[in-house]
Design a protein around this ligand. Structure first.
Ligand SMILES: Nc1nc2c(c(=O)[nH]1)N[C@H]1C(S)=C(S)[C@@H](COP(=O)(O)OP(=O)(O)OC[C@H]3O[C@@H](n4cnc5c(N)ncnc54)[C@H](O)[C@@H]3O)O[C@H]1N2
Ligand code: MOO
Length: 409
């Protein structure tokens, strides 16, 4: 007979176990353009300064500031235009005193020039240019290295690679970057009551929703998800579904079949197969399990989430997302956290950390709970933008209390 296990495991302890179980994926080199959303695995050092050379910030004329010091609209200074320097010219000769080079934005400022006069302050001459305003020393010259020094760490390991970071990596000459390979996750939904959306529902059946939700959550973190949606409550069918796929993934994420009923397929199939089941001191998401599914190569990590949709999603947020972020090498693995003023009173179970769905108002710095604590209330989850985190020892929170929230979007 199934008995309730000992005292519940704490949230932090279970999270640490999941993080440790999943580990880190191997470092690979990927073309820069394919690194969006991944974490840089090693510091990126720039071999060159940025800008790489002194260059013009304006279309105009490279001059010596001293030569145009007296220039004014009623007293233009005429300078012969000795060279034409478009961006990309690599053989630009030095500027002789008393002359100008016509120069374009991004073109190298010639040695001897110490200012650029914008074309608007001239008569745009091509043989001789008349300058009608003085130029300050260094005007419109972008100095080599003023953005990045050669040898500087431009992106530290663990940086999330977004558009600006990938642009910077390209600017310092990187064609590929070391990143941790996105984890491959097999999302497996169990339950004989589950029906594919689009098909008719019979009494007692529900549409399968956890699979798409969890696979999307994996993809949002940057992982790759494979989805197996309709594994019936049958141990042989469970093993038959899992066995051919397990070797090719880094993590198996199941939902359902872990509580105390008569047909708990995940628990029945995996107990004694390297997976341990216990209660975590959290609501929702109490029944949890983890371990390694035995394989020839030493076992594949399995994390079993409870089937109630909100329990599955909150468990993903609290336990699995940090593990996947850690596996990918992100320096930041947590959701952004804020403290906000609670708009309605709340009750929370004793000795369990409660995560309630809420709407955080960043302007007012308030949070309003949406929906009740029930772990079947999926529409409330879909309107929420945060989770309220209510500590284990708190059972009553009056309106106006300060509460910690995790921002989901
Ligand atoms: N006697 C007890 N009963 C339950 C306990 C308990 O301690 N003693 N714990 C409750 C808690 S808390 C949770 S959470 C659930 C966990 O149950 P399971 O993980 O075994 O999940 P199922 O029973 O398979 O499903 C629960 C619920 O969620 C629906 N579900 C499941 N999978 C999906 C899916 N892929 N898409 C949409 N909906 C899904 C399922 O139909 C059930 O309604 O156990 C409590 N019971
Ligand atoms: O622990 Mo369950 O997830 O409350 O519904």
């Amino acid at each position: 007979m199934q008995r309730t296990q000992g005292p519940a495991v704490g949230v932090a302890e279970h999270r640490a176990r999941v993080v440790g179980l999943v580990g880190a994926t191997p470092v690979v080199r990927r073309p820069v353009a394919d690194c969006l959303g991944l974490a840089l695995a090693e510091d990126l050092v720039s071999p060159i300064p940025l800008p790489p050379f002194d260059n013009s910030a304006m279309d105009g004329y490279a001059v010596r500031a001293a030569d145009v010091a007296a220039a004014a609209p009623d007293a233009p200074v005429a300078l012969p235009v000795a060279e034409d320097v478009p961006a990309g010219r690599t053989d630009s000769p030095p500027l002789r005193p008393g002359t100008a080079h016509r120069i374009m934005t991004g073109a190298p400022v010639p040695p001897g020039a110490d200012a650029v006069v914008p074309v608007e302050d001239t008569d745009r001459g091509t043989d001789v240019v008349r300058v009608v305003a003085p130029a300050r020393l260094g005007a419109h010259v972008r100095r080599a290295g003023e953005d990045v020094r050669a040898g500087a760490v431009v992106l530290p390991a663990g940086t999330e690679l977004g558009p600006a970071q990938l642009g910077l990596a390209s600017a310092v000459g990187a064609s590929a970057l070391p990143v941790r390979r996105p984890p491959r996750v097999l999302v497996l939904s169990t339950g004989s009551e589950l029906v594919e959306p689009g098909r008719p529902l019979r009494g007692g059946q529900i549409y399968e929703s956890n699979g798409v939700m969890l696979a999307s959550a994996v993809r949002q973190v940057g992982g790759e998800a494979e989805l197996l949606r309709f594994v019936p409550d049958d141990v042989a069918a469970f093993h038959a579904a899992l066995a051919p796929r397990v070797e090719s993934v880094d993590l198996v994420l199941t939902s359902g079949g872990v509580s105390a009923g008569a047909y708990e397929v995940v628990k029945d199939a995996l107990s004694g197969h390297g997976v341990e089941f216990y209660k975590v001191a959290v609501q929702p998401g109490g029944p949890q399990g983890l371990g390694r599914y035995p394989t020839a190569s030493g076992g594949v990590p399995v994390v079993t989430l409870p089937g109630n949709p909100v329990s599955a999603m909150v468990s993903f947020e609290v336990f699995v997302r940090p593990a996947l972020r850690t596996a990918m090498g992100f320096a930041e693995v947590e959701r952004p956290r804020r403290t906000a003023t609670l708009m309605e009173s709340l009750r929370s179970p004793a000795e369990r950390r409660q995560y309630r769905r809420g709407r955080y108002d960043a302007g007012a710095v308030t949070v309003a709970p949406v929906g009740g604590p029930g772990s079947h209330l999926l529409s409330a989850l879909a309107t929420a933008n945060c989770l309220l985190e209510i500590p284990e020892e708190v059972t009553d929170l009056p309106a106006g209390s300060e509460v910690s929230v995790l921002l989901l979007r």
